[in-house]
Ligand binder design. Sequence first.
Ligand code: ADP
Ligand code: MG
Length: 266
Amino acid sequence: MPGAKTSPFIKIDIFCPVNYNFCMSTILDVSNLTVRYGKGPDQKTAVDNISFSLIRGEIYGFLGPNGAGKTTTIKSLIGILTPSSGSIFFSGKPASAISRTSLGFMPETAAYYWYLTPKELLFFYGKLCGIDKKTLSDRVEKLLDFVKLSRHKNSYLKTFSKGMLQKVSFAQALINDPEILILDEPTTGLDPIARMEMRDALLDFKHAGKTILFSSHELSEVEIISDRISIIKNGKILREAAPGELINDKGERMSLEKYFFDLVKE
Ligand SMILES: Nc1ncnc2c1ncn2[C@@H]1O[C@H](COP(=O)(O)OP(=O)(O)O)[C@@H](O)[C@H]1O
Ligand SMILES: [Mg+2]
């Protein structure tokens, strides 16, 4: 994916000292978000009063064991789930169909119609986003090149490996040239090379001035690419920090791995 000849992203210039307020602006603000499933005695609180913000241009890693509430939080952000309480703002505007047009989303497992080619699929989603034909043709080619699928652009998805389908899903998440990309476990099930390519692609996206929130239970991955992380367990954020800032009770700097295990095993 990295090393593509032409970037598919429209670059946002955020590192401009004359526009410092824009550089440091909050692009996503989540306050006191609570999500419950079910009713009565079987009710389950999957996300329990969490608050966090994303600063424009950062990669924010959402780290937690299975069942921690990562997917539930992400589904609330993108509007698949209605939260039980709390608020979500994108660039200062309450989450709505309109404020969400700046989002790109890659689900944990995407289910696509097998008898489409990646090119057809990207055209389909691009048209749904209202992108004009010429812009869309250009963007589809650039995205296929970016995710290294140009050679397979006319093959049916039913012939694709898991890694190739993840690339299709990634390209689909980028079709509207989003400002914020939200990815749910983007590297789960990928081989080491595909993993590295995905990480590099996320960094390319960040270097175009965009913002990323991604969930993972892979510690090393989160540590390598995130500017900040939050550790979530039982629906609560236990700690938010930059990976190099993790310090134990004695003031000693700790690896994310050690910090995570100590925090999550309790
Ligand atoms: N549709 C659902 N109905 C009931 N409980 C759910 C549903 N989806 C998730 N849960 C529960 O909510 C909790 C958080 O799940 P999830 O957000 O998927 O966690 P994660 O993505 O961190 O693995 C888990 O206990 C899970 O069993
Ligand atoms: Mg999940």
